[in-house]
Design a protein around this ligand. Sequence first.
Ligand SMILES: Nc1ncnc2c1ncn2[C@@H]1O[C@H](COP(=O)(O)OP(=O)(O)O)[C@@H](O)[C@H]1O
Ligand SMILES: [Mg+2]
Length: 236
Amino acid sequence: MKTLAVLSRKGGTGKTTVALHLAVAAQRAGRPAAMADLDRQHSLVEWRRRRPLGGPEVAECKAGALFTLQQAASRAADLLIVDTGPASDETTDHAVRCADLCLIVVRPCFFDIHAVAESAELVKRMGRPGLLVINQAPSRRNGVEMRSVGEAVRALKPLGLPISPIGLRSRAAYQHAEASGLAAQELDPDSAASAEIGALWRHVESLLWSSAELQSRSTAWPFQRAEAMAMAAPAE
Ligand SMILES: Nc1ncnc2c1ncn2[C@@H]1O[C@H](COP(=O)(O)OP(=O)(O)O)[C@@H](O)[C@H]1O
Ligand SMILES: [Mg+2]
């Protein structure tokens, strides 16, 4: 089982949104996923409580119990996704320490980019692999990427962590889905949100599992029609 930690030193960047959408994407791609909610606000637990469908299971968890939860989850899941809160405390340290990959979620705006440096430092200090994911990017206008996205990519590069080539746009579909315990790809599998989550999942999966392991799997990718949104290379 692989463990993915989702973090950022700021509330509202989209940690819980990214975490739950990736967990559902993993399940739909044939990888059973479990989730741990380390945030004191417990948004993820609340989402699961409203969920009209089965899986992924969500465990409310304290930092000290994470290792035990990892052991238990590994008996049934391929992937454990750990959602964290914005505080810089030992909880986030634990999540990073036990992760195979740390996703740092950042919106393309000055305050988020400023705050994300601390998360990037933590991941590097602990020697864990990290990936910066841009969330809530504005839509392109007339096919042209908004300046804020390019500026964010330029500002994030010096942090020394890879930037995901797939980011998420700001879309009402994420909010609508979450409010009813669903993920956007379940609400509308043909939507743009579904496509970009599928592409992000595929990228994350390729970082977590080696290409040999991926090739040995016969599961059909459910998002084949999806077009990847290449944010780190804004020109199309
Ligand atoms: N890509 C997105 N497009 C539109 N709304 C989003 C997006 N990502 C997150 N949100 C919304 O922003 C709010 C905060 O997101 P959340 O995932 O709870 O952030 P965090 O866990 O970092 O505090 C939620 O209402 C969520 O639905
Ligand atoms: Mg959250």
